[in-house]
Design a protein around this ligand. Structure first.
Ligand code: GLA
Length: 373
């Protein structure tokens, strides 16, 4: 195994184990997680592998096969730089939570397409979290591990994300999506078998990530928190009377609340359609979600909009931006026989604008984090 061999080369002995955690695509339920809402992601076939052995001296050594640098040798997690902060942050978060997590030698290998918005950082965090849970016999649940990984990302790497990506990487199962209530932290997987209906899920990677993404994410989050305060609720999940709430808000806050509340409804409706086997009707939900993200939540961008519109023109049943927005990927529901025309339509729309060609990836619902060796 490439990862175990690399570990032996780097550290002179075989690793105690090798773990893998996937990236994710969110089918629907966008910008709802940090509002205590509902999400429906599934794991992708790509992810991050971690070969790990514990060390007795508390030192953490981290290297990645994707990064040309010597192993970072850390006396404390705080000393980590760049990509390594996501891995070191997991040691930090587990120690902060009172777990006896010593040092370790770690080699990372990942194949999540870069910049596609498929949560390579959550995959990295979860591969390390699962490894430390197993090696130290911490006995934490998959949800506990996702919570620790999110804490690493929020309070150590400095990205104010919600729980969706870490929970998806931790809890997803092959052939299924994760229906997660982000307020209760309760998740259940449900079958997501679009192939049985002659359909496939296609990821269209725009190849762009706009500079403003991180700042705008934090700004949206702050707008939602401010709207919740104004409405006197703990989170926007608690808004039950949408018309009443909208009447008490104006401007951006009004638009954000409208998106979040209707998006939660769309997740519930989508789960209902999946349970009823009405997969061919999912497209309308995806389209409505995209419009709401574009016009109310305002986290789309021209590259995402053109991908969605041209995919639908080419025969997709529906399509939407997936993930945080301002670039990254679109997920489209496409009848098998229309895959070539959808690709052609999107590629043509990009070429005619002089944009770099988008990338097309099949989105097969895959297994969550696991030990490989
Ligand atoms: C990013 C964050 C998630 C979630 C999505 C938007 O992927 O990491 O927690 O908020 O954006 O739905």
């Amino acid at each position: 195994m490439r990862l175990a061999d690399a570990f032996r080369d780097a550290y002179g002995a075989a690793p105690d184990g090798v773990w893998h955690a996937p990236g994710r695509v969110n089918l629907i339920g966008e910008h709802t997680d940090y509002n205590g809402g509902l999400v429906l992601p599934f794991a992708v076939p790509w992810g991050v592998g971690a070969a790990v052995s514990p060390r007795g001296d508390g030192v953490i050594r981290l290297m990645s096969l994707q990064v040309e640098e010597e192993a970072q040798v850390l006396d404390t997690p705080e000393a980590a730089r760049g990509w390594a902060r996501y891995a070191a942050g997991v040691f930090w978060a587990l120690r902060e939570a009172g777990h006896a997590v010593g040092g370790a030698d770690v080699v990372i290998d990942g194949d999540v397409p870069r910049g596609a918005g498929l949560s390579s950082s959550a995959a990295l965090e979860m591969s390390v979290a699962l490894a430390l849970n197993d090696l130290h016999g911490l006995g934490l649940s998959r949800m506990d591990l996702a919570v620790a990984a999110r804490r690493a990302e929020n309070d150590f790497a400095g990205m104010p994300c919600g729980i969706m990506d870490q929970a998806a990487s931790s809890l997803c199962e092959e052939g299924r999506a994760l229906f997660l209530d982000c307020r209760a932290l309760a998740g259940r997987t449900i079958p997501l078998d679009v192939a049985a209906h002659g359909l496939s899920l296609l990821i269209i990677d725009t190849g762009v990530r706009h500079e403003l993404a991180d700042g705008r994410y934090a700004e949206r989050r702050a707008e939602c928190e401010s709207a919740a305060r104004r409405l006197g609720v703990e989170s926007l999940r608690d808004v039950t009377d949408l018309a009443g709430a909208l009447g008490r808000l104006s401007g951006a806050e009004r638009d954000r609340v409208q998106h979040v509340v209707t998006e939660n409804h769309r997740v519930e409706a989508t789960v209902g359609l999946l349970r009823a086997g009405a997969v061919d009707q999912l497209g309308a939900m995806l389209n409505a979600s995209h419009l709401s993200l574009r016009d109310q939540y305002r986290v789309s961008c021209p590259e995402l909009d053109v991908a969605v519109e041209s995919a639908v023109r080419g025969g997709a049943r529906g399509a939407r931006m997936t993930g945080g927005g301002f670039g990254g990927s679109v997920v489209a529901l496409v009848p098998e026989e229309r895959l070539p025309s959808v690709r052609e339509s999107v590629a043509g729309a990009y070429a005619s604008r002089g944009w770099a060609a988008p990338r097309f990836l099949p989105a097969v619902p895959s297994a969550g984090a696991r030990r490989l060796a």
